[in-house]
Each structure stands twice: as C-alpha cells, then as structure tokens.
Design a protein around this ligand. Structure first.
Ligand code: C2E
Ligand code: MG
Ligand code: MG
Ligand code: MG
Length: 290
C-alpha cells in the first residue's frame, strides 16, 4: 500500500513544481517556448476591390495559439518579438503556414494574392527575401502572388530598406507601405522608395463621416497616395458609408469587418470561392485605378 501512495505523492510534487516553474516564466521565456513549439497560426483577412467586390487576396495575420487553445492577438506579443529578435522565426512560421494552408488554391488560382507583414530587422537585412525564395521554390506559388507589407518603422536605415525593397520587386513581389499616414515620412522621402501600394491606416478610415480634426486630413492622405501613382488599400472599413466614400475618392481596395474579419484558412478559401462566383475573378496583375 505504501508504494502506490509514495508514487502518488512524488507525482503530485513533480506536478506542482512544473506548475510553479511555468508560472514563473517571463513573457520572453514563454514566447521562446512558443517559437520552439511552433504555436503560431495564421488567419486571413480578405482584400476586395471596392468597385466590384472582387476578392483579390488576403493579408496574413499571425495569432499565437496557446496549448490551452486560446488565441493571443499580435499586438500583445509582436512588440516583444520585435525587441527580442524572435519576430524572425515567427515570420518564417507565418510564411510556412501560408504555403501549407493555401498552396493548393494559390497554384490553382493565379488571381489570388497574400500579403505578409515584414518586421523592421528583415527590411533592414533583406534576410526574408532568401527565406521566401527557398520556401517558395518547392511550391508552385509565384513570387507575384506574395505581397510584402512594410511599415515606416522599417525605414530607419533608409538605404538598407531601399536595397531590400528593390530586390523584392526585382523578384516579382509587390511592396506595400503599411499604416500609411501614421509615420513621420514626407511625400518626398517616400517618393524615392521602390513600392507598389499604400495601405491607408484605419485611424483615417475611422474619421469618415465624422467631423473631427483628422477627418479633414483623410482626403489629403488619399490624394498623396494617388499622387505617387500607387495603388491604394484602405484598412479597417467597418461601415458601408466608409466604403462608398473611399470608392468615390478613387481608393482601389479595401479590407475590414464590413467585408470580413480575418478568417481561418478554410473559411477564407470558402469566402474567396463564394465572392468569385458572385463578382468574378480579379485580373492576374493588380494595377491602380487611373
Ligand atoms: P495591420 O497590419 O495594420 O493589420 C490590420 C489589423 O487591423 C489587424 O489586426 C486586423 O484584424 C485589424 N482589423 C481589420 N479590419 C478591422 C476592422 O474593420 N475593425 C477593427 N477594429 N479592426 C480591424 P491584428 O490581426 O490584431 O494585427 C495587428 C497588427 O499586428 C497588424 O496591423 C500588424 O502590424 C501586426 N501583425 C500581424 N501579423 C503580423 C505578422 O505576421 N508579422 C508582423 N511583423 N506583424 C504582424
Ligand atoms: Mg499589415
Ligand atoms: Mg495595416
Ligand atoms: Mg494599421
């Protein structure tokens, strides 16, 4: 009788020690374990042509799925990941997830594009381009189908950023400037950068139809994007009225809860099929409205 009781007590102590040590892990140590255990998954938020409703692709948005099944939003761990350098293996896992989730549909449907968010370190070093080249080589996905999103935070070293973005475009990727309007960059500064698209930040979309100080800025932000002859994407569209306004002001594409939240891969593929039946297919080469 003593033997099983002893074993039980020992197992209990081991369990308590494991529980205590897990509790005492720092956020960084937890994130390290998550990277090692590959706890990152990707949801896909549809991007639609405002004029036609056609779905031209999606933005890949990372989520941390903890062992208990809960999903952690990226704004809660991306800052720590950027600071610690863990963002790089996380980005690699995002690219692997895109390939695993969507290889079939991306090969079958060349009109479909996926936008991946780059971190500042990768924009500076260009490391990500070799990762993409190696990982895409074993698939039938074209580089033209993978867009890269860069925020102005990645342009601290502007010469290095220019080299990476140029190389990305030479290889066929499209480059979009993310959160446009929230940075410090002047039009002149941006004009010299190799890029294809501007994503107008949600904070400007939020002001549409409201009478605030920023609402008068929004048409100028759109105007700047058009001046640069880039295609424009508005993010965070929640209301029909916002979509109508953006369409009337010549914004090409939109993303937001009005169309769809970010979806698990299967649901995104279903969304894409459904809208394709309803509105038709996008052109293979995406161009800005004149
Ligand atoms: P972002 O790239 O500007 O992405 C847009 C964010 O707005 C997403 O949040 C999206 O779900 C949210 N959103 C879209 N439509 C609406 C809407 O209609 N209403 C509202 N309230 N929100 C909307 P999410 O997924 O939480 O991502 C937040 C940020 O985290 C992203 O901003 C991006 O900067 C970063 N992020 C996400 N995935 C990655 C990644 O794989 N790598 C890197 N480096 N950053 C990532
Ligand atoms: Mg983005
Ligand atoms: Mg954005
Ligand atoms: Mg944003």
């Amino acid at each position: 009788l003593l033997l099983p009781v002893g074993a039980f007590i020992a197992a209990f102590i081991v369990a308590v020690v494991i529980w205590l040590s897990r509790k005492r892990l720092s956020p960084l140590a937890e994130l390290e374990i998550a990277v090692r255990n590959r706890e990152f998954i990707v949801h896909y938020q549809p991007i639609v042509a405002l004029k036609t409703g056609i779905c031209i692709g999606a933005e890949a948005l990372v989520r941390w799925r903890r062992p208990d099944g809960s999903l952690v939003r990226p704004d809660l761990f991306i800052p720590l990941a950027e600071e610690s350098g863990l963002i790089m293996p996380i980005t690699d896992q995002v690219i692997e997830a895109v390939i695993r989730d969507l290889n079939g549909i991306l090969v079958q449907d060349r009109t479909l594009h996926i936008a991946v968010n780059l971190c500042a370190a990768d924009i500076k070093s260009g490391r990500i381009l070799d990762v993409l080249e190696a990982k895409l080589a074993r698939t039938g996905i074209r580089t033209e189908q993978i867009w890269l999103e860069a925020t102005e935070r990645g342009f601290m070293d502007i010469d290095a950023a220019r080299i990476t973005l140029e190389k990305a475009r030479e290889r066929g990727h499209s480059v979009a400037i993310d959160d446009f309007g929230t940075g410090y960059s002047s039009l002149q500064y941006l004009q010299g950068l190799p890029m294809d698209a501007l994503k107008i930040d949600k904070s400007f979309i939020d002001t549409i139809g409201k009478d605030t100080a920023t609402s008068s800025v929004t048409p100028h932000i759109i105007g700047m994007a058009k001046t640069l002859k880039l295609y424009t994407v508005a993010e965070g569209i929640e209301a029909e009225e916002q979509a109508e306004y953006l369409k009337a002001h010549g914004v090409d594409f939109g993303q937001g809860w009005l169309f769809s939240k970010a979806l698990p891969a299967d649901a995104f593929i279903a969304y894409h099929r459904r809208t394709k039946e309803k509105f038709g297919a996008a052109p293979e080469v995406i161009q800005a409205a004149a």
